[in-house]
Design a protein around this ligand. Structure first.
Ligand SMILES: [Fe+2]
Length: 208
């Protein structure tokens, strides 16, 4: 059966979400910095995507001081979404509890900082250590895992759009998304940010 590029990516992600051996193999590659079969396969699928495949139109996704979001799919096992950020827009530090996240930059330039958790204190305070930082441009794929770089901050250095895959999905029970602000060097406290979000419907190719 011929699959379009979105279906091809979706089925690879779904396999990771439902086959714990496949997921652990990918996490092991990410955590040991050894890109092998699992990362390469996923990278190939992401890199084959065109703007038409994901239904991305620059004019719609770059709104000043606003994060534009399109949900592609959300199930307990997996979620996929498209994010647009205009130059200067900042996604504060936030976590992805017990999750793998893959971020593929479709276009633009992002600055990212990922942190590991060193210890937790009362009142939602966490001691962090910077695990990786850099700039990612169109065509680059970033990962974070339950243990490595699980908290991150993203800033758009240029108008940027990226596709996120979460395995499993956030939920309100045991995997909520918590935002943090720095209260001292390498120390953050949870807070509720004022994040202006705008939602757009998905107009890309069918996922399944
Ligand atoms: Fe994130």
């Amino acid at each position: 059966m011929d699959r379009n590029n979105m279906q091809s990516l979706y089925y690879s992600c779904w396999r990771l979400a439902t086959d714990s051996n496949a997921l652990q193999a990918l996490i092991a590659e990410v955590e040991t910095n050894r890109s092998n079969t699992a990362i390469s396969e996923l990278e190939r699928k992401f890199r084959s995507l065109t703007h038409l495949d994901v239904g991305f139109t620059p004019g719609n996704y770059y709104t000043p001081r606003c994060i534009v979001y399109t949900e592609l799919i959300e199930t307990p096992e997996l979620s996929m979404g498209l994010f647009g950020m205009s130059t200067g827009c900042n996604f504060p530090i936030h976590d992805h509890p017990s999750m793998l996240a893959a971020t593929f930059v479709l276009s633009g330039r992002l600055q990212y900082r990922n942190y590991d958790i060193l210890s937790r204190e009362r009142g939602g305070v966490i001691n962090l250590s910077l695990c990786m930082e850099g700039e990612a441009r169109g065509g680059e794929l970033l990962f974070l895992t339950p243990k490595r770089g699980n908290l991150h901050q993203i800033q758009a250095l240029e108008n940027s759009v990226f596709l996120d895959v979460f395995i499993p999905s956030y939920n309100d029970i045991d995997r909520p998304c918590t935002y943090y602000q720095e209260i001292a060097p390498n120390k953050v406290a949870s807070f509720v940010p004022q994040l202006p979000f705008k939602s757009l419907p998905y107009v890309g190719r069918p996922l399944y």
